[in-house]
Design a protein around this ligand. Sequence first.
Ligand SMILES: [Zn+2]
Length: 119
Amino acid sequence: MEKATIESFKSTFDRANVGCVITKGDRIISTGHNQIRKSRLKSNHFEGSLHAEMDAVMKLIKSGRIKELNGSTMFVSRSMKKGGTGLAMPCELCFPIIQAMKIKRIVFSTATGYSEIKV
Ligand SMILES: [Zn+2]
């Protein structure tokens, strides 16, 4: 979970800094952070952003390692500008993809610690 928080510091998105780490057994298989797609910099549309979860998932898909997601655990952490963490429960766009990729468990930060969902 700490590694997901460290990953969130890489985010330059002004509204939210979210980091994601995907593990299988005790091995980290991918990391990601939220970002604005360069082609959409001039627009403020939500669709122009890439969520941390999808950044981490896409890295595995692009490198032909999609099968490794089966049975994996996803850690998502949102760091707040004032310090501490915020709620990082995967959104309604990311969740169905997480399900489809057969990720079995999601651990996400909250304002007071963390919580988890069994997928
Ligand atoms: Zn999302």
